[in-house]
Design a protein around this ligand. Structure first.
Ligand SMILES: *Cc1c(COP(=O)(O)O)cnc(C)c1O
Length: 380
């Protein structure tokens, strides 16, 4: 009996796989950051990232994880006692709530259950009832449930009310179409280890003129993330030099692929995964599933924790379980960043293997066949 070697496949919604060329780029000599040589690389990284964001707004690269950019957003637009409309349908919406609390904002919550989504109408109602609110905090893709929000529609009602909108695009950006300038988004944040095909360690944040105007009247209580310092010098502290080499290359790769194709690729991977999951007799968890990841209900009688741990520890395939109250109830398969059709097939076939082992009846190839037929039909 032959035993397989274990190869590692990272199919979780962050960190995501990093292309070898990008890994190697990080191995280049670390240079001093106050040099014309580094300045050029930094500007390339900023300009490329702006194109991915579809913005001409100021964009800053932070040496932090994505949450640092969320903190910078809140810290610079709200004074203690001012009102924020915070939208939440999962763990990352709750992070906005915690941040708003941390900076002393009065919070108006637009909240729905995990798996559900909020709509432009719900946000409009909150705006009507709270004309003194200064901004609305939203999430493009709620990673804990795999749910995507209609940010374009929500932004329309926020702009009509003359307020600021901030979007957590940490997992959503790259995988989902997002047009910062065309949609009038005041603050957009993202992070390196999700769609950008980079290792963890960087966050990105863009500010519109209106957001910058508002920040001037905010006595920011953050030192590291104080926007005024970044406006004076976009590199206020030592940047993550080698990660920025990598970022410069990764955004170049995305732009060479073309954002329209990047979005279409994710859409197709998302569609193939969802259809395959349904064909396997499983149920989707999200009411508005997106193309970042697919969240799946753990079938009756199966131990959800075991699905994830056996796949990872024995098969080498890392997907994600549920977070918080979702633990054991759902699992999440990412199709995000440096992934392609065969990554989807690996996730589906290893899922079939573990489900069979845990007593769930599914024929080998059920999901893979449906996914391959969809890829073929779409010419992938
Ligand atoms: C991953 C993620 C975060 C947190 O990012 P960190 O890099 O872990 O700080 C926040 N929001 C969303 C939607 C995410 O997917």
């Amino acid at each position: 009996m032959a035993k397989m070697i274990k190869k590692n496949y990272l199919l979780a919604p962050g960190p995501t796989p990093v292309p070898v060329d990008v890994l190697l780029e990080g191995a280049k000599d670390t240079i001093h950051h106050r040099t014309p040589q580094f300045k050029k690389i930094f500007e390339d990284a900023v300009n490329g990232t702006k194109e991915v964001f579809r913005t001409r707004n100021d964009l800053f690269i932070l040496a932090s994880s994505g949450t640092g950019a969320m903190e910078m957003a809140v810290a610079n637009i709200v004074n203690p006692g001012e009102k924020l409309i915070v939208c939440s349908v999962g763990k990352f919406g709750e992070r906005w709530v915690e941040l708003a609390k941390t900076f002393g904002a009065e919070i108006v919550l637009v909240e729905r259950d995990y798996g559900d989504f909020y709509t432009p109408e719900m946000v409009e109602r909150a705006l009507d009832e709270n004309p003194d609110a200064v901004a609305v905090l939203t999430t493009l893709s709620e990673t804990s449930t795999g749910t995507v929000m209609d940010i374009e529609g929500i932004s329309k009602v926020v702009k009509k009310a003359g307020k600021l909108i901030a979007v957590d695009g940490i997992s959503g950006l790259v995988a989902e179409r997002l047009l910062t300038d065309d949609w009038g988004l005041d603050i957009v944040v993202s992070g390196s280890q999700k769609g950008f095909m980079l290792p963890p360690g960087l966050a990105f944040i863009s500010f519109s003129k209106e957001a910058i105007e508002k920040s001037k009247n905010v006595s920011s209580t953050s030192f590291y993330f104080n926007l005024k310092k970044y406006l004076k010098d976009p590199i206020p502290w030592t940047p993550a030099v080698n990660l920025i080499y990598q970022q410069s290359l990764a955004v170049k790769m995305l732009l060479e692929e073309g954002m329209e194709n990047v979005w279409a690729r994710h859409e197709l991977m998302g569609k193939a995964t969802r259809e395959a999951i349904k064909a396997m007799g499983l149920e989707l968890f999200s009411k508005r599933p997106g193309n970042v990841l697919t969240s799946v209900k753990v079938p009756e009688g199966v131990d959800g924790g075991k699905i994830v741990s056996i796949m990872r520890d024995e098969y080498g395939v890392t997907i994600a379980g549920g977070q918080g109250s979702m633990k054991g109830n759902i699992f999440r398969i990412a199709h995000l960043g440096y992934m392609s059709d065969y990554d989807v097939i690996i996730a589906l076939t290893s899922l079939e293997k573990v489900l069979r082992r845990l007593g769930f009846k599914v024929e080998y190839g059920t999901g893979a066949r449906v996914a391959m037929e969809i890829f073929e039909k779409e010419g992938a």
